[in-house]
Design a protein around this ligand. Sequence first.
Ligand code: FAD
Ligand code: DHB
Length: 396
Amino acid sequence: MTKTQVGIIGAGPAGLLLSHMLHLQGIESVIVEQRSREDIEATIKAGVLEHPTVELLKELGVGERMMREGYVHNGIELSFGGKRHRIDLPELTGGKSITVYPQHEVIKDLVAAVLANGTTIEFGVSDVSLQGIDGTQPSIRYSKNGAAQEIQCDFIGGCDGFHGPSRQAIPAAIRQEHLKVYPAGWFGILCEAPPSSDELIYAQSDRGFVLVSTRTPDVQRMYFQCDPNDSVDNWSDDRIWAEFRARLANDDGWQLKEGRIFQKSIIAMRSFVCETMQHGRLFLAGDSAHIVPPTGAKGLNLAAGDVVLLSKAIVDFYRRDDRVGLDSYSARAVKRVWRGEHFSWWMTNMLHDFDGEDTITRRFRRSQLEYTVSSRAAAASLAENYVGVPFEGWQG
Ligand code: FAD
Ligand code: DHB
């Protein structure tokens, strides 16, 4: 039996960040993670860090490599009707930008910091279950190398992503869940090629959406909208490049730079919010409580916003026996979540064409795109959301 103040399930961005923020305030935690360290440090996911996330990571002392190796982007391009239109982020937001720095690099930086704090991360655990969350002494039970283990704690941070056990530990009758499944997925590739553009391109076309993103000067990340039930085995490299070329056809003579594809995957698109982010001594943060379609690049950044509020609430409890932050956590966190949810849904609808749509929906989409690139007010609204609305309760 191990004892700690906060037991955390999941070593994703939410769990690692929570542990590190608590440690900086003198509160101890233990993390349990079902996968290996090598696995979590190699899984390809997000790429875009919002302005508030970047400032937070710097402030927490885990931003040094991000500052050195990440790429600050001062704009994005919206492409439609064969033309590209630039959204100037700093100009529209009073100087803010985004940083392209892969999620697995954030994970490496956070794992190193958490281990250097002297915090235990139990990798490779199974059969994780939550006990006694209604009482004052909850615990996390799990197996490691065939042996049953238990962590007794004051609070549990449920940071185990969409499929983890934490959300399920809240009685179904209390959970208010909102779900939208999109009839499309994203086919993501990593390839060896130079960047095709200095900035990310979000492209709408009659054949579906394309995102041109980047990782390093030699590795590019790109996505195209696909059938969520398709298989990567149906897509040869030649077929993938032909699809990108068809969707990115333009009047500017601009061409995508192609290269060897070394990773292919298909991701589903969902909007999901569990409005109860707390039950008894269990607090959900990140994808365990909410999922966005990837179009707005919001998922990791929403997880960071939750953790800012949750860590402060836990600190207030230990320092001053003040429970206001804990009691209001769910209601406060979900406000920023809904902003990110709405923005991601809005971007998704503006940029994807869905099978079976009527012609009026397609005309609305084009009008929305034209308005967004021609009205300063509309562009500023996109930019303000894209660079990230401020975290509540944190001055960065
Ligand atoms: P996760 O990263 O899912 O971490 C949860 C952890 O819990 C995992 O390590 C998992 O192994 C562990 N776990 C699960 N079950 C158990 C269990 N039973 N026991 C123990 N451990 C368990 N977001 C952005 O902000 N910007 C982007 O540009 C962006 N692009 C994306 C592109 C793609 C292709 C994808 C897939 C996602 C993207 N996202 C993006 C979303 C982002 O990756 C997620 O929102 C983010 O990972 C959420 O972090 P988390 O810590 O809440 O959950
Ligand atoms: C990336 C992913 C996103 O969802 C997005 O909106 C922008 C960039 C990426 O993986 O690079």
